[in-house]
Design a protein around this ligand. Structure first.
Ligand SMILES: Cc1cc2nc3c(=O)[nH]c(=O)nc-3n(C[C@H](O)[C@H](O)[C@H](O)COP(=O)(O)OP(=O)(O)OC[C@H]3O[C@@H](n4cnc5c(N)ncnc54)[C@H](O)[C@@H]3O)c2cc1C
Ligand code: SF4
Length: 509
């Protein structure tokens, strides 16, 4: 076998034909390398739809690469490659490339594996920055340097200026950076007027083959495949983007935080999996939203609220991930130790908000931000679930979960496990928050007003238990003072009753 110049690794979440590595590839000297490996589906217990999404998108991408005439080494799942490292090791042995090239992967684990295999084989490794993102980890480090708090808002404002997004003569369009006051409303009593009924990309031959493969290879994994409809090609992702901009973006901001029974999609974009696979480019999504404000009269509140998620939160959490890993993975500021309740894997619980959120997650691999933060995330935080367990659940179960974006959202934003690096206080609330933002409580046997008793809402009970357990630590946090003052009004007897009921919830699993 002749030695080749560059072996270009394309990982499952780097499916962009415009990648600088591919654009500079010479078909006579270089080879592109892709591998489907079992390890990526089992290192966390992955949802079947997530496995199908990655494998099908990779196989569609393979077809595009072949159309472009790029020589490819592609290992399919049933060709026996257990792990990424073993598969790469075999390729290096067989082809002996002069160097290996890769864009920064989506997780520390994969970066380390590549580095270690290349080092052992004495092959030069070049890791380039992924230009899909607006910022690099170095940009974030520069932003974070010498700051006491690294809040998203200031990072986002810097990027608005740098990329001239929704800006006018150096100032934010409309005169304010943040229009959240106009956003984030609940639905009226009758619910959403014209909720989105869900879209379907009918599985084609490639996806059908992958669905059969996954059913056979991973029969015990969570989730079902009947409802698989996610975009697996760039064409499909662009269709989704256009559909969202046309029909749902105008309502996005207003109902961004609202939840409703049997309505998994509402006015969300459903673009995260395509963005994270890189079959959709973050820049084109931001541009399309800005254009909708400029040309189509979509309100600034809706457009700014949406752009903030991508230019702001998405870039910010990636910066946090690469700046604080690998130590970040070990964070557990609240010393949480409880096991994850079994119903997170089945949806079998009488608590309606959890049943709805977990139920739709098992059916589609999807829940929107507030369901993740203020239902499944909040419950785990209040219960005191070990952050490692809840991290693995989120990483396995959501269609868009890649560690760079999942981990800071889970450990930092939802579990306060980083002790306040990302969030200025723990996102804790009673069931009354869920009652305000949804209709879930109407069909729940529990009462969000009650903290003890047979019909007490578990969120409300655990909220008070959380404040009692962490009272000393929270005293140092200015933003928790009001909640602690309310706690002080409870008698010793009430505190004991709350603790007893919370103990029962923690052991009921
Ligand atoms: C506990 C928890 C875990 C999460 N895990 C993931 C994850 O594994 N992968 C993931 O992509 N997002 C994650 N998020 C962020 C957010 O919930 C999802 O991006 C969003 O729900 C995806 O649905 P959508 O495409 O309809 O988003 P929309 O509500 O339409 O938002 C538009 C886009 O903004 C981006 N976005 C929004 N919020 C965030 C955020 N907090 N961080 C980063 N990007 C954001 C996404 O790319 C999303 O597609 C998590 C949030 C929480 C609270
Ligand atoms: S009462 Fe409590 S458990 Fe039931 S739906 Fe409302 S918040 Fe959830």
């Amino acid at each position: 076998m002749n030695s080749i110049r560059n072996l270009i690794l394309i990982l499952g979440d780097q499916l962009d034909l415009e990648s600088p590595l591919l654009k500079n590839a010479d078909p006579n000297l270089d080879r592109v390398w892709m591998a489907e490996v079992e390890e990526e589906s089992v290192h966390v217990w992955s949802h079947k739809q997530k496995i199908v999404l990655f494998l099908s998108a990779m196989r569609h991408f393979r077809a595009s690469l072949l159309e472009q005439g790029l020589p490819l080494i592609y290992t399919e799942l049933d060709q026996g490659a257990d792990s990424f490292a073993l598969c790469l090791k075999d390729t290096l042995k067989e082809y002996q490339p002069q160097s290996v090239m890769v864009l920064r992967p989506g997780s520390w684990r994969v970066l380390e594996a590549i580095q270690s295999v290349c080092k052992d084989a004495s092959v030069d490794l070049k890791v380039s920055e992924d230009e899909h993102f607006f910022t690099s980890p170095d940009d974030f480090k520069t932003f974070a340097e010498n700051r006491k708090a690294i809040r998203m808002e200031y990072f986002y404002r810097g990027l608005r200026k740098q990329y001239n997004v929704l800006m006018e003569e150096g100032e934010p369009v409309g005169g304010v950076w943040n229009l959240d006051k106009e956003n984030r409303q609940a639905f009226s009593k009758s619910g959403p007027d014209s909720p989105y009924q869900g879209h379907r990309h009918q599985p084609d031959v490639i996806t059908e083959a992958v669905i059969n493969l996954v059913e056979k290879a991973f029969p015990n994994h969570p989730g079902c495949l009947d409802s698989f409809h996610w975009a697996v090609t760039r064409e499909q992702a662009l269709k989704d983007l256009n559909h969202f901009i046309e029909y749902r973006l105008p309502y996005f901001g207003t109902h961004q935080d609202a939840m409703w029974t049997n309505e998994p999609w509402l006015f969300h974009s459903l673009l995260s999996s395509s963005l994270n696979l890189k079959i959709l480019r973050a820049r084109e999504v931001v541009k399309a939203a800005e254009q909708a404000y400029l040309d189509k009269g979509v309100s600034l509140a809706a457009v700014e609220g949406f752009i903030r998620q991508i230019l702001g939160w998405r870039e910010y959490v990636r910066g946090v991930y690469w700046t604080y890993m690998p130590e970040y993975l070990e964070k557990n500021a609240l010393s949480a130790k409880t096991a994850l309740p079994e119903f997170y894997w089945t949806g079998e619980t009488e608590f309606e908000c959890l049943k709805q959120t977990i139920g739709q997650t098992l059916e589609h691999g999807y829940a929107h931000h507030i369901q993740r933060l203020m239902v499944t995330g909040l419950y785990a935080l209040l219960l005191g679930v070990d952050p490692k367990y809840i991290h693995k659940w989120y990483l396995g179960i959501y269609i868009d979960a890649v560690e760079w974006v999942e981990l800071p959202n889970v450990l930092g934003m939802s579990q306060f496990a980083d002790g306040g690096l990302m969030a200025s206080k723990p996102y804790v609330a009673t069931g009354k928050y869920i009652q305000r933002m949804s209709n879930y409580c109407q069909s729940c046997p529990k009462n969000p007003e009650k903290r003890v008793g047979e019909d007490a809402c578990p969120f409300t009970n655990l909220y008070w238990d959380f404040l009692i357990r962490h009272e000393d630590a929270l005293k140092k946090n200015q933003r928790m003072q009001l909640q602690l003052r309310n706690l002080n009004r409870l008698s010793e007897e009430e505190r004991l009753a709350i603790g007893e009921q919370a103990k029962a919830l923690k052991t009921s699993g």
